[in-house]
Design a protein around this ligand. Structure first.
Ligand code: FAD
Length: 457
């Protein structure tokens, strides 16, 4: 991965996240020569694993796959990365709308009727989402109506009790990483449709999106993928300008590196793609789209203990709360290792507020929340780390890009439509599990296919 000043390739790929590397690998397999230009000093983008304690990899970025993430299972198998199931034994701990801490069974006993009503709303969401074409949401029969309101506004009309509405908000923010008041209802339905049904999105077991983890941490996937195409990756090469014409592209990086090719695949989130200078300028609709697709706000905070003590009390390490700065948690222990690991999520407004506090203050508030739910042993972690993604220059927020009202219907057609020899990848352009690693792979394959079709067919 040395940095020459001029590179000739068939296909220039911007970004060595999963999507860009899959695009590069796919065109390479078709007999074309790619070069991937990566701004950061590492590959992997929104996948980042830290291992401060030997044998305890902590996924500060992507962590899980689910049963219908077929491309990711195949990729892991191909790369020799083993998987294991997410721990899910015991009760979840709840504290919503002033009840105080309640164990799952007590919570269900107390709010059974409200939860049944919530189930009905989720089934209704599934029915509406089924009407949304994932490759053209603006063509849904009620697209204009659904794109005119926010997901939150729709939720508010469903007659849910306060506890059910709060739970629905927490689950949805857990997916979108922004409050539902900021997201178009059509965008929510699109998100559900690309994943199947709400139960796949929200559940941690039985077919949900968070059932399976990677041995060694998720970073094993980009690390091993990068090794397969190492001769074609240049790191510390932030792309600044893309000159494009029917004859090809010239891509200029900060630091002077210039790569030329016949096509370019831009495999970064839309908002970052909009910060590159294109010559000639792209269409107004494309630029206006990238002005309107902000990334969400989320951070993960890990507490590592000498043992998973909560399991002794019949708890599964999950909390759902509207009290402290974290709305949810997970038991993310490593099989075969004695440590206990709890992961807390700060998403949407919580990431925006607590995420900006000094780390010590944030850690203190999170510790207090863990003590309330899991007892006094939670006060003494052996290790703590958290990670804020909007501070990262080459990510600027996560988990993905969202659309507010009117964006899909007025600008959405410009999301993945190639402009001449310029193609778009990244999970944010996917039609299957958009926002997830699975979507990153799908989008990378799709963009590579466009290039292969143009150059070889
Ligand atoms: C905290 C967190 C938790 C997540 N949890 C999960 C999960 O459990 N399961 C799941 O499936 N998904 C999860 N995701 C989402 C998942 O990480 C992404 O869907 C996926 O990694 C996106 O890959 P990508 O290649 O599309 O984009 P990215 O990973 O963003 O890759 C883009 C790359 O382009 C680079 N880049 C940016 N600008 C430039 C430029 N100008 N020039 C050159 N290079 C540039 C970046 O450095 C980056 O390497 C999570 C994400 C985060 C952040």
């Amino acid at each position: 991965m040395t940095q020459p000043q001029r590179i000739e390739a068939d296909v220039v790929v911007v970004g060595a996240g999963l999507s860009g590397m899959i695009a590069a690998r796919t065109v390479l397999e078709a007999g074309l020569v790619p070069v991937v230009l990566e701004a950061d000093e590492r590959v992997g983008g929104r996948i980042l694993t830290e291992e401060a304690i030997a044998g305890v990899p902590l996924d500060l970025g992507a962590q899980w796959i689910g049963d219908t993430h077929h491309r990711m299972f195949a990729l892991a198998a191909e790369l020799g990365v083993e998987t294991y199931p997410q721990y899910d034994v015991g009760e979840t701990s709840y504290d919503l709308v002033g009840t105080g801490v309640l164990r799952e069974n007590d919570f269900h006993d107390r709010f059974g009727d409200e939860l049944v009503a919530l189930e009905h709303v989720l089934r209704h969401l599934d029915e509406l989402a089924a009407e949304v074409p994932p490759d053209a949401p603006w063509q849904a029969p009620h697209a204009a109506e659904w794109d005119a309101i926010t997901a939150g506004a729709w939720y508010d009309t469903q007659g849910l009790s306060v506890v059910a509405r709060t739970l629905l908000e927490i689950c949805t923010v857990g997916i979108l990483a922004v409050p539902t008041a900021e997201v178009s209802f059509l965008h929510l339905l699109f998100t559900i449709q690309t994943c199947g049904v709400t139960s796949e999105l929200f559940a941690e077991s039985e077919g949900g999106a968070q059932t399976t983890r990677f041995v060694g941490g998720t970073t094993e996937i980009p690390r091993r993928l990068a090794a397969l195409i190492a001769d074609h990756i240049v790191v510390e090469a932030p792309v600044q300008t893309i000159e494009h014409s029917p004859d090809g592209v010239v891509v200029r990086c900060r630091g002077g590196l210039v790569a030329s090719g016949r096509h370019v695949v831009v495999a970064i989130s839309p908002v970052l793609a909009g910060r590159i200078m294109y010559d000639p300028p792209l269409s107004g609709i494309r630029d206006q789209l990238t002005q309107r697709m902000p990334n969400g706000s989320a951070m993960k905070a890990f507490f590592v203990y000498d043992s998973p003590f909560w399991r002794e009390d019949g708890l599964n390490g999950q909390l759902i709360s509207d009290v402290g700065p974290a709305r949810m948690s997970n038991d993310t222990c490593i099989p075969g290792d004695d440590h206990g690991v709890i992961l807390l999520f700060l998403e949407g407004d919580e990431a925006r507020t607590a995420g900006r506090l000094p780390e010590a203050e944030r850690r203190e508030a999170l510790t207090a929340e863990l003590v309330r739910h899991f007892g006094s042993r939670a006060a003494h972690p052996e290790y703590y780390v958290d990670g804020e993604w909007s501070d990262r220059q080459w990510t600027r927020g996560c988990y993905n890009a969202n659309m507010g009202p009117h964006v899909w219907t007025k600008y959405g057609s410009a999301l993945s439509e190639p402009i001449g020899v310029v193609h778009w990848a990244s999970t944010d352009t996917a039609t299957y599990w958009s926002a997830y690693m699975e979507g990153a792979v799908e989008a990378g394959e799709r963009a590579a296919r466009e290039v292969i079709d143009a150059l070889l067919r």
